[in-house]
Design a protein around this ligand. Structure first.
Ligand SMILES: Nc1ncnc2c1ncn2[C@@H]1O[C@H](COP(=O)(O)OP(=O)(O)OP(=O)(O)O)[C@@H](O)[C@H]1O
Length: 277
């Protein structure tokens, strides 16, 4: 579930957070999960992390959220080293984490009420955000009465309603059907345009990465979690998958992932570690 740490976080921030990973290394036992020399996520940017399964993407996202800490190096948020949960930050995972006993509207209103918003205002806001994800007529339904895709849309509405300065997304749309997925991508882009939030997102979907990102950080499996390359994606928006420039970058990314998969096939330590997950 998204977390926002202070009452002032609501609707008052217009500038996204700046993140900086400096010489970080994070291990679990003997497994190095992430090793990144330097990665800066500029305020208001939309960065996508790409890499094969098990290369350390989620670990990096957890470090950005301040839910975990590097063994070496540091993660800074607006030039302050993170020593606890990152402020004004929301996380969305593949699964939704809605409260099952609450209706869709109550779920979206809950964090707003927590931040001190009056009940009627929170309800009104919740209905507006549900409308934006096409679910206004389901505001009285409980999660169990809705499809997985609808629940994920409510989770996104609930998170966006809190107006985070940093939005961390771990494959948020991977469980959605293609049509809903495209709709959510458009919604995320409009939220990004309107809010100036900084977004750091993991996806395995190259099409999604190229439709959304203004930067793509390619993570390698060997050494695990190493940032192999950072690409600025300068395609004009709205993006067109038929654009030859779009397809050329997609092919380049495809080749990177193919190469990574081949490497992993020849490195049993990478495969066996993944299987432990
Ligand atoms: N809590 C943990 N305990 C032990 N090992 C872990 C832990 N978290 C991650 N790892 C290991 O660190 C490596 C990176 O995991 P991580 O989940 O960050 O990869 P990922 O790129 O997000 O993978 P996926 O795309 O499959 O979600 C893996 O080898 C994983 O097994």
């Amino acid at each position: 579930m998204g977390t926002v740490n202070s009452m002032n976080d609501i609707a008052t921030h217009s500038v996204g957070a700046r993140l900086e990973f400096s010489n970080i290394r994070k291990s679990f036992g003997n497994t190095v999960s992430v090793e990144a020399d330097n990665l800066t996520i500029e305020p208001g940017s939309l960065t996508v992390l790409l890499g094969r399964s098990g290369c350390g993407k989620t670990t990096l996202l957890n470090l950005a959220a301040g839910l975990d800490f590097p063994d070496h190096g540091s993660v800074s948020y607006d030039n302050q080293i993170l020593q606890g949960p990152a402020p004004a930050t929301a996380l969305i995972f593949q699964t939704h984490n809605l409260f099952p006993w609450m209706t869709a509207e109550e779920n979206v209103a809950f964090p707003l009420r927590n931040q001190g918003m009056a009940k009627s205002d929170a309800q009104e806001h919740a209905r507006q955000y549900l409308k934006q994800v096409g679910l206004e007529s389901f505001s009285g339904h409980k999660p169990s009465q809705l499809s997985g895709g609808m629940r994920q849309r409510i989770a996104l509405a609930r998170t966006i309603a809190t107006k985070p300065r940093l939005l961390l997304l771990d494959e948020p749309f991977s469980a959605l059907d293609m049509q809903t997925r495209r709709m959510m991508q458009r919604y995320l882009l409009s939220v990004w345009n309107d809010s100036a939030a900084t977004i750091l997102m993991i996806t395995h979907d190259l099409h999604e990465a190229l439709m959304l990102a203004d930067r793509i950080a390619l993570m390698a499996s060997s050494p695990r979690g190493h940032i192999a390359e950072i690409m600025d994606i300068e395609l004009t928006r709205p993006r067109n998958p038929e654009d030859p420039a779009f397809r050329a970058i997609q092919q380049q990314l495809d080749r990177f992932l193919e190469h990574e998969t081949l490497l992993a096939e020849h490195d049993p330590t990478l495969e066996s570690t993944d299987q432990q997950k």
